[in-house]
Design a protein around this ligand. Structure first.
Ligand code: ACO
Length: 361
């Protein structure tokens, strides 16, 4: 048995390939470098869904914008009970109100949902009214506008598009596997997406970037990095944003996002200082992990520069995992459709290690 199913191949897919030894991510025949910063979220979604739906439009933007307007109706269900929850719990609860099914319109609503519900939840927690979707905007532009109540700059929209494209799909990660297992029972896309959101929420998967901000704030200045990191490791903490099950060299998504953060920092007074702190912390963590775990190559993962990018775009750290879901939902849906098209019910075996019934004398 493989601990944590490491190295086990559980599906054939045309969607993405994660080459952990080469540090390479391929999404439907394209290296991540060819996509991140070059195409929009709608375009990567179109690429991922190609062949998995009949009548898929060439341009998904109008249909996705219409879906944002449709799901906005559910925002009225945000009640005070939900406002005490974390944004991802609130977003998941609203997503659970959407109808299940396997059709394109269901997929579009589920893809629109994380952006619309996250913005509404964050605003409601701040005592602000929700902002209606704008049919004329791209998904990234409208996500930022619905969050802040004001239009975002072209550079900010480009940075969010880069992020959403970068995280849109990534092989059989925990949330995608969860989505595929659910899809394999023919439960429907909403059920698969809800499973994906639930798996993504954990700090070992998509919940890492919020605590990364706590780490940077706790460290404060580069000179404090080593002492802070060693104290965290002495407590038995894991350092969020480092290590990966598959990558044994640098996570290529970390590089794509670092480049996006650098670009965004060009027009900012505050970001260069934050970036310099992050780079100093990254160097210290990598050096310390190398000293402590010389046999295990622990490198920067996607979450580290995600934290900086989403902070710069004014998402509160409590909502970072929701923004991850906003991008990954396209991949979950593509995998669910792929599973439905050719896969059997996923039903592995377990090994019983409990006591046997006593044999009567
Ligand atoms: N900080 C400190 N130690 C670490 C870290 C880390 N970030 N990552 C791994 N290690 C240690 C483990 O404690 C383990 O030590 P041990 O052998 O003494 O128990 C050793 O390195 C090997 O780690 P594994 O647990 O085998 O790594 P695994 O493949 O199971 O886990 C994971 C990968 C969950 C990403 C892990 O590296 C981790 O917890 N990282 C921090 C959380 C994080 O950044 N998550 C986001 C991942 S990216 C994504 O999901 C989108």
């Amino acid at each position: 048995m493989s601990d944590g199913l490491e190295g086990v191949v559980a599906a054939d897919t045309v969607l993405s390939e994660v080459d952990g030894l080469a540090g390479r991510l391929i999404i439907r025949g394209h290296d991540l470098d060819e996509l991140a910063g070059r195409i929009s979220f709608e375009e990567v979604t179109r690429l991922l869904w190609d062949g998995f739906f009949d009548n898929l439009p060439g341009d998904l933007a109008p249909a996705l914008a219409a879906a944002r307007v449709e799901v906005f109706a559910e925002v009225s269900a945000l009640d005070t009970g939900l406002l005490d929850r974390t944004p991802i719990e609130g977003m998941r609860a609203l997503t659970a109100r959407l109808a299940d099914g396997d059709e394109l319109n269901v997929a579009l609503r589920l893809t629109a949902a994380p952006a619309v519900f996250t913005a509404a939840m964050v605003r409601a927690q701040a005592g602000e009214a929700p902002v209606k979707p704008d049919l004329t905007l791209s998904h990234a532009a409208d996500t930022l506008r619905m969050l802040r109540g004001a239009p975002a700059s072209a550079a900010e929209v480009a940075a969010l598009d880069t992020y959403l494209v970068t995280v849109s799909d990534h092989g059989l990660n925990a949330s995608t596997f969860a989505a595929r297992v659910i899809a394999s029972t023919h439960a429907g896309l909403a059920s698969a997406v809800l499973g994906g959101i639930s798996a993504l929420k954990g700090p070992l998967h998509g919940g890492a970037p919020g605590p990364i901000i706590d780490m940077l704030d706790g460290i404060g200045t580069p000179g404090n990095a080593r002492t802070w990191i060693e104290a965290a490791l002495a407590r038995g903490d894991r350092l969020m944003g480092f290590g990966h099950r598959v990558y044994r060299v640098r996570d290529p998504r970390a590089d794509a996002l670092k480049a996006a953060v650098r670009k965004l920092a060009e027009g900012s007074n505050t970001m260069p200082g934050r970036l310099a702190l992050a780079e100093a912390v990254e160097s210290s963590v990598l050096a310390i992990l190398k000293e402590r775990k010389p046999d295990r190559s622990l490198q920067t993962n996607v979450e580290f520069y995600t934290a900086l990018l989403l902070e710069a775009l004014a998402f509160p750290p409590s909502a970072f995992t929701c923004v991850f879901a906003t991008g990954r939902v396209s991949g979950w849906i593509a995998h669910a459709r792929e599973q439905l098209a050719g896969g059997r019910l996923i039903r592995p075996a377990s090994r019983y290690i409990g006591p046997m019934p006593k044999v009567a004398a």
